[in-house]
Design a protein around this ligand. Structure first.
Ligand SMILES: *[C@@H]1O[C@H](CO)[C@@H](O)[C@H](O)[C@H]1NC(C)=O
Ligand SMILES: *[C@@H]1O[C@H](CO)[C@@H](O)[C@H](O)[C@H]1NC(C)=O
Ligand SMILES: *[C@@H]1O[C@H](CO)[C@@H](O)[C@H](O)[C@H]1NC(C)=O
Ligand SMILES: *[C@@H]1O[C@H](CO)[C@@H](O)[C@H](O)[C@H]1NC(C)=O
Length: 311
C-alpha cells in the first residue's frame, strides 16, 4: 500500500492537501477560542516575566540578584594585558550563577593610526570597550569622566553597581558576587579602605585597586556640582572626597579579602594569598599573574593531551 501512495499522481497529492486544509479551516471555525487562548497566554508571559512564573515554551532566565558594570581602566596600548584579563575573567564565567557582571575596558580618546585599527578589531571581536571623551590622564579627572559618563552611556538604571578597577588587579568573581549579594542596592561605597595603618586618619577612601558605587551614587556624581568642581586631583582619593563631603556612600571595607600581592614593599594591605580572596592587587608582571592564578588552581582543569606537555 505504501509504495503506490508515495508514487501517486499529482492530482492525488493535490486532493490530500486540499482536504487537510479544509479540516484545518473547519477546526478554526468551530474552535476559534483554542487558538486565541494559546496566543494570549504567550503574550502575557512575555509582558509580565517578572510577576508570572513562566510555565512553558521558552526557558526564561531569572532576574539576576544584582547587575554590575565592572570597568577596568586601561590604556589603548595595553593590548597584552587586556588579552590576559579577558582570559582570566572568561574562565570564571561558569562559576557565576544568578548575577550579571559585565566586564568592560575603558580609556580616553585614541591618538594613533594603529590604535584606530587594532582597537576596532578588538571591538569587532569582543565588543567590551568604552572610549570616553577625554585625553588620557590619571589625576586630571578620568575617574570623574568615567563615573559621570556611565548614566549617559547606559540610560535608565541598567546596573545596580558600577565598578572602577585597575588592570593589575585580579578579582575572584565568585567571591565578589557572594559578598555583593548581601549588600543593599543604595548608598554603597565598596572596596578596600585606605589608609589602613592609621586608624584615626580621617580622609579615608577606597583604594584604586577596585571599588564600586551603587547606581544612585553614580547618578548623583553625573548631576552634581561637588564632584564636577572637584574632579581634578589624586584619582580615587577624589571619589572618597565626594562621598565624604556630601555625606554619601556607606563604607563597605573588604579587608582582608582584598589585598596587595605579598612581595609588594608596603606596610599594610599586603599578605599571603587566602582562599576567600576577593581581589589581589599589584599584579604588575607575568610571574605575579602566574603565581596568583596557580594559587587559585585556575589551570587545574587542563586535560592531558598528546598535543602539548606543560610540566
Ligand atoms: C566557584 O568557585 C568557588 C570558590 O572558588 C567554589 O567554592 C565553587 O564550588 C565554584 N562553583 C562552581 C559552580 O564552580
Ligand atoms: C568632548 O569633550 C570636548 C572637550 O571637553 C567637548 O568640547 C565636546 O563637546 C565633547 N564631545 C562630546 C561628543 O561630548
Ligand atoms: C575626543 O574625540 C572626539 C571624537 O573624535 C572629539 O569630538 C573630542 O573633542 C575629543 N575629546 C578630547 C577631550 O580631546
Ligand atoms: C587548590 O587545589 C588544591 C589541591 O586540590 C587544594 O588543596 C587547594 O585548597 C586549592 N586552592 C584553592 C585556593 O582553592
Amino acid at each position: 500500500m505504501m509504495k503506490p501512495y508515495l508514487h501517486s499522481s499529482p492530482s492525488i497529492i493535490y486532493f490530500i492537501l486540499l482536504s487537510s486544509s479544509l479540516v484545518a479551516l473547519i477546526f478554526l471555525v468551530v474552535y476559534p477560542n483554542e487558538f486565541r487562548l494559546q496566543s494570549s497566554v504567550a503574550t502575557r508571559c512575555r509582558s509580565a516575566q517578572n510577576s508570572t512564573p513562566a510555565i512553558f515554551i521558552e526557558p526564561v532566565s531569572p532576574k539576576p540578584d544584582f547587575r554590575l558594570l565592572m570597568s577596568v581602566l586601561s590604556l589603548p596600548d595595553s593590548y597584552e594585558r587586556r588579552h590576559l584579563m579577558r582570559d582570566v575573567y572568561a574562565l570564571q564565567k561558569s562559576n557565576l550563577t544568578g548575577v550579571q557582571i559585565d566586564i568592560r575596558f575603558v580609556f580616553c580618546n585614541l591618538t594613533t593610526e594603529e590604535q584606530r585599527v587594532l582597537i576596532a578589531v578588538e571591538i569587532l571581536l569582543y565588543d567590551d570597550i568604552i572610549i570616553l571623551n577625554c585625553t588620557e590622564n590619571m589625576d586630571k579627572g578620568k575617574t570623574y569622566t568615567y563615573f559621570s559618563s556611565v548614566p549617559h552611556l547606559f540610560g535608565e538604571r541598567p546596573y545596580d553597581y558600577v565598578m572602577k578597577a585597575d588592570d593589575d588587579t585580579y578579582f575572584r568573581l565568585h567571591n565578589l558576587a557572594e559578598s555583593l549579594r548581601k549588600m543593599p542596592k543604595e548608598d554603597v561605597y565598596y572596596g578596600l579602605i585606605n589608609p589602613c595603618w592609621i586608624p584615626l586618619f580621617k580622609n579615608k577612601y577606597m583604594t584604586g585597586m577596585g571599588y564600586l558605587l551603587s547606581w544612585d551614587l553614580v547618578e548623583w556624581i553625573a548631576t552634581s556640582e561637588l564632584p564636577r568642581k572637584n574632579r581634578v586631583g589624586p584619582e580615587d582619593f577624589q571619589t572618597g572626597l565626594w562621598m565624604r563631603e556630601s555625606g554619601r556612600g556607606k563604607n563597605y571595607n573588604m579587608e582582608p579579602a582584598m589585598y596587595d600581592y605579598f612581595e609588594e614593599p608596603r606596610t599594610c594591605h599586603r599578605h599571603k594569598f587566602v582562599p576567600d580572596t576577593i581581589a589581589v592587587h599589584k599584579l604588575k608582571s607575568h610571574i605575579r599573574w602566574a603565581r596568583t592564578l596557580a594559587y587559585f588552581n585556575v589551570t587545574a582543569g587542563l586535560k592531558p593531551s598528546k598535543l602539548y606537555h606543560i610540566d
